[in-house]
Design a protein around this ligand. Structure first.
Ligand SMILES: CCCCCC/C=C\CC(=O)SCCNC(=O)CCNC(=O)[C@H](O)C(C)(C)COP(=O)(O)OP(=O)(O)OC[C@H]1O[C@@H](n2cnc3c(N)ncnc32)[C@H](O)[C@@H]1OP(=O)(O)O
Length: 316
């Protein structure tokens, strides 16, 4: 049975897709520009196609903190209100799509802030996974955990070579929420999803393609965006309402599961982050990331010297 909340959402959806006229959309087209949401999320509407390129812009790695999630949630609202023709999600970093949740929000959290943080994450997932407009991800860098989640929420994924993507939570000693798992189950075969989730596996671009976790590989960011546009254009001939309702029907059980249990999900999250073992795992992980970051110049120097040594050996 559909909850009354969801039926309302559907009715609203029909209202939006049918009754928001193209005149509304033209207003946006006329004022076509790059909008910013505190600079953390950039929105660029393409005049010709009507597609919005939404760029996550929180250097260095687009880790999802409360402010970034709030800005993204508000962008998703705007796209919905403006009856967007389609969205392409990407990143301003040249090597990272998104590093997932900001570990600093989870490690020794302030309880008031972390409540808002988790609620914002729930909001973003519900809005993105259930969006009325079609979505594609141009994955121009690594996409672990929450980064992979947002990419999987989109209906199409194009990724650049030699990066990694996956839900790696178990490797951090944490459990991905059921709605993260549901999103993966909607993307790759069930058995593969179970293995990927329990192993916390990160897939290289080629393997992600074989698995169906991504749909295409692109040469560079521009090519990825172009491929996403080709995908979105396929919907131009399909009546909007039929497309939107079909997508939402397909995803409604997962969405309703969270919609109906948001407080319980929040309490489960509180329970997890209050567990000393989880805090200890997160503490070690924060330290590991910091050490890895500091070691980078040394590792790069070693790599450089190895290269020189190899080429000298070849000459001899
Ligand atoms: C607890 C209850 C249950 C909750 C359920 C939670 C569900 C989802 C959880 C998550 O999403 S947890 C996040 C998981 N993310 C990761 O494991 C990714 C970690 N990061 C990386 O692997 C790498 O940073 C990268 C993304 C591959 C990029 O590598 P690169 O070499 O380009 O950059 P780094 O030098 O590693 O990092 C730069 C800088 O960013 C900091 N940082 C990286 N990731 C995060 C993060 N997720 N949160 C916060 N900060 C992050 C890293 O420490 C460096 O900082 P500085 O030391 O330079 O200050």
């Amino acid at each position: 049975m559909l909850s009354s909340k969801f039926i309302h959402a559907f009715t609203r959806q029909i209202y939006h897709t049918n009754l928001i006229t193209s005149a509304t959309f033209n207003v946006i087209k006329k004022h076509n520009s790059t909008h910013t949401k505190n600079d953390l999320v950039l929105v660029d509407v393409n005049d010709k196609t009507g597609f919005s390129i939404v760029t996550l812009n929180r250097p260095p790695v687009n880790s999802l903190n409360l402010e970034l999630l709030s800005a993204f949630s508000s962008v998703l609202d705007d796209l919905h209100k403006n009856n967007s023709r389609g969205m392409i999600l990407t990143s301003s970093s040249s090597t990272v799509f998104s590093a997932g949740l900001d570990i600093n929000e989870l490690y020794k959290p302030d309880m008031d802030r972390v409540r808002k943080f988790w609620t914002s994450l729930q909001d973003c997932w519900i809005k993105l996974y259930g969006s009325s407009f079609p979505t594609a991800a141009a994955i121009n860098g690594h996409a672990p955990a929450g980064g992979c989640l947002f990419a999987m929420c989109c209906e199409y994924r194009v990724m650049l070579p030699k990066y990694t993507i996956g839900l790696n939570e178990t490797q951090l000693g944490i459990v991905a929420p059921t709605w993260f798992m549901a999103t993966m189950k909607n993307t790759i075969p069930l058995r593969q999803a179970e293995l990927a989730l329990t192993l916390g596996k990160m897939f290289k671009t080629d393997d992600a393609l074989k698995l169906g976790l991504i749909d295409e590989i692109a040469e560079n960011k521009e090519d990825a965006i172009h491929k996403c546009e080709i995908f979105l254009k396929k919907y131009q001939k399909i009546p909007q309402t039929a497309r939107a309702l079909t997508k939402q029907s397909y995803r409604k059980n997962d969405i309703m599961e969270l919609e109906n249990n948001r407080e319980a999900d929040l309490q489960l999250f509180f329970l997890a982050i209050s567990d000393p073992r989880v805090q200890s795992s997160l503490g070690k992980y924060v330290a590991f990331l910091k050490l890895k970051s500091r070691m980078k110049p040394i590792l790069e120097a070693v790599k450089f010297l190895k290269g020189i040594f190899k080429s000298k050996k070849k000459k001899n």
